[in-house]
Design a protein around this ligand. Structure first.
Ligand SMILES: O=C(O)CCC(=O)C(=O)O
Ligand SMILES: [Fe+2]
Length: 202
């Protein structure tokens, strides 16, 4: 579980087109994200860009290989980074260009984790807020991606609301939580090309 907040006043920066995946992923559905929208999403405030259908035949070979400088966590150079190769992005644009998903506070967007997407610039005066909850197939072996939850609330979190869902979490004492620091840097890039492209459509 995480959150994606497109902050106001960030000078028109956007994310590169990417998948939230830094490993050689299966080529069948294995993981989906439920994005819970906490603000109305508009083009102006940075509704997420989605490349619909891109999940259907993408492989990790579509991703830019990482190097010593860009590798994250346990990666070794050559492993896939999140970003999709720019030439493949341009080729896909000719087949099916991206959309920005405009939606209302309270909506939930569900996407296959393999779907190409990008955070967009927020030109409005308010922050744009969203929560992301990941659901993995029970057959998918994952021994390292864990949520960290306070043990004093374990009964609440583990009750599952009657659903057949296993919460993949490490339960920690309060003092252990305070030592946790999960840093996840993203590269951002100016959105000028994108803005020009949108303007040429108007
Ligand atoms: O906030 C968004 O619209 C998307 C952000 C995103 O894709 C990410 O941070 O991985
Ligand atoms: Fe993402």
């Amino acid at each position: 579980m995480t959150a994606n907040n497109a902050l106001t006043g960030t000078g028109g920066m956007r994310q590169p087109v990417h998948k939230d995946i830094t490993f050689h992923h299966p080529i069948c559905p294995f993981y989906f994200i439920a994005n819970i929208v906490l603000s109305d999403f508009t083009i102006e405030n940075g509704a997420t860009e989605f490349w619909l259908g891109s999940h259907a035949d993408t492989t990790s070979a579509d991703q830019v290989p990482c190097n010593e400088e860009t590798k994250v966590r346990q990666q070794v150079p050559g492993d896939p980074s999140c970003n999709v190769l720019p030439e493949l992005v341009e080729r896909r644009r000719q087949i099916r260009p991206p959309i920005q998903a405009q939606c209302s506070k309270g909506d939930i967007m569900i996407r296959d984790l393999r779907t190409w997407h990008a955070g967009m610039p927020n030109h409005s005066k308010d922050d744009r807020l969203m929560v992301a909850v990941g659901y993995q197939a029970p057959w998918y072996p994952n021994h390292s991606q864990r949520l960290f939850l306070p043990v004093q609330h374990a009964n609440f979190f583990m009750a599952h609301g009657g659903q057949p869902v296993e919460i993949r979490a490490n339960l920690l004492e309060a003092d252990e939580m305070s030592h946790l620091w999960r840093n996840y840097d993203f590269t951002f890039e100016p959105s000028i090309n994108n803005d020009k492209r949108n303007q040429s459509k108007l």
